[in-house]
Design a protein around this ligand. Structure first.
Ligand SMILES: *Cc1c(COP(=O)(O)O)cnc(C)c1O
Length: 467
């Protein structure tokens, strides 16, 4: 009965069935916060990306020697915190034909879950060449990035031992300064790869690289730096061809370049953050400008709500003092859940004499007068933070057990709905880190699974996670 008396700043959620509603109520009783991931939004975002690259390959810019552009859903880091398998399946439902993970383990998990090679190519790109499970990857038809001599030798040896040719994507460093062969090392790399190709242990499927600053298309220096990376990439491709390698595919574009640079889509693009409904950098605009919808809503149920007098210190360090009599509410998520401590709030009254002012992370709170934004007031603690409600709870109709929303799709300013970009701004980071930091005390619950996935895919998911 308690549930009926509380207000909620989220939803109403469109449960697929009474089982979904039961799962939801169970999650509310077991955990103080929940991440609701809309699989229909993930699918729609992928459909949007597929249509963007489809437009670029049919616009006449496509090279007749190369195939139309495919899209890889980048699902590394547990699909940017959204859940590896549900997100991968939604990406495939939206038309992705490739999946990408950083770690071999994640790629193998996708294959073990039954995503076969007939359904999706999977590329993985980060490992140490002495310990990675190369033979298992080769046997599981997982494409492997190679950007070092140690890597070439380790993959070739594993391929020889299992008697199957490994599909490799040669990573080149076009200016990012992270993985991949440098121009200086490239002739030797090509010669080595050629040798292994002739022995039948390796097949060079692709040549690829990663962009450093494509997410700032309004900064002339960064545009020039990306142009330079593209030129260097083309030189690597030409050198590979001259050296006798004939990769079918070239790929360079992350989300930013998928959205902004159709001329470098090549045969494959690798969007990550766009799948989850965000633009890479707020300077590019908002997700809606690109036809994308944020897929995750993070909500929590209020613990203690109480009245405090003027000048009351809030949380560790007294960085926030109430400016008048008010009510506070405890939100039971903290830095141990991935709520950034840098999104703490400080007002001019607090800060132990330092008088620093910093607006804490925003939270949508439902009141009897409609939604309002409150902010983290004082420091984020390990398990919780406090919000100054800016008025008395009894006047606002706010009480313990109410559901508040830390971020969601961002349905317009009038609805006072923050997004992960707003949290990123407060925490001085990027939306990517806001999602990937969310830890497993916050269950991921999936909305619209039945509408988005086929029956065989639905069966692969934890039934308790479906709403
Ligand atoms: C993470 C990653 C991507 C996706 O980047 P977004 O900015 O999220 O689109 C693409 N390629 C590589 C190599 C990556 O590591």
């Amino acid at each position: 009965m308690n549930g009926l008396m509380t207000l909620t700043a989220c939803g109403p959620w469109n449960f697929s069935s009474s089982v979904g509603e039961t799962n939801y109520q169970k999650a509310l009783s077991e955990y103080p916060a929940q991440a609701i991931v809309d699989l229909a939004a993930l699918k729609a975002n992928m459909q949007r990306l597929v249509s963007i690259v489809g437009a670029s390959s049919s616009a006449g810019s496509a090279d007749p020697d190369h195939a139309a552009t495919a899209v890889m859903g980048v699902v590394k880091a547990d699909a940017y915190g959204h859940g590896l398998l549900p997100s991968a399946l939604a990406a495939l439902a939206g038309g992705a034909t490739w999946l990408g993970t950083a770690q071999p383990r994640e790629a193998l998990l996708l294959r073990k879950a039954g995503i076969g090679a007939d359904r999706a190519h999977i590329l993985t790109w980060l490992y140490n060449g002495t310990a990675a499970p190369f033979a298992e990857m080769i046997e599981s038809d997982i494409d492997i990035s190679v950007g070092s001599f140690a890597g070439i030798e380790a993959i070739a040896a594993a391929a020889a031992s299992c008697g199957k040719c490994a599909r490799v994507h040669v990573k080149v460093d076009t200016g990012f300064g992270r993985n991949g062969f440098t121009p200086e090392a490239f002739d030797a790399a090509v010669a080595s790869l050629r040798l292994h190709e002739s022995e039948g242990t390796l097949k060079v499927v692709a040549i690829w690289s990663h962009l450093a600053v494509a997410d700032m298309p309004k900064e002339p220096d960064f545009v020039a730096a990306t142009d330079q990376q593209v030129r260097v990439f083309e030189q690597f491709v030409a050198r590979a061809e001259r050296g006798g390698l004939h990769p079918e595919m070239r790929h360079l574009a992350n989300t930013a370049a998928t959205l902004m640079r159709p001329e470098i889509h090549y045969e494959l693009t690798r969007p990550g953050i766009a799948l989850y409904g965000y633009e890479p950098d707020p300077s590019m605009g908002v997700a809606g400008d690109f036809g994308l919808q944020p897929a995750m809503t993070l909500q929590a149920q209020l613990a203690t709500v109480k009245d405090v007098e003027k000048g009351h210190g809030i949380s560790y360090g007294r960085t926030y003092l109430t400016s008048g009599p008010t009510s506070t509410a405890v939100v039971p998520v903290g830095y141990a859940d991935g709520i950034h401590r840098s999104a703490s709030g400080a007002n001019a009254l607090g800060a132990g004499g330092k008088k620093a002012v910093h607006e804490g992370g925003p939270v949508r709170v439902m009141t009897s007068q409609g939604p309002r934004i409150c902010h983290v007031s004082g420091r984020v603690c390990m398990d919780q933070f406090v919000m100054d409600l800016g008025g008395f709870a009894r006047d606002l109709g706010v009480s313990e057990g109410d559901t508040v929303e830390l971020f969601g799709p961002g349905r317009g300013a009038a609805l006072a709905e923050p997004t992960a970009d707003d949290w990123a701004a407060s925490a001085q980071t990027i939306s990517y880190e806001i999602f990937t930091c969310l830890r497993n005390r916050i269950p991921r619950l999936y909305l619209h699974a039945a509408e988005t996935l086929g029956a065989a895919d639905l069966e692969k998911l934890d039934p308790a996670s479906l709403l």
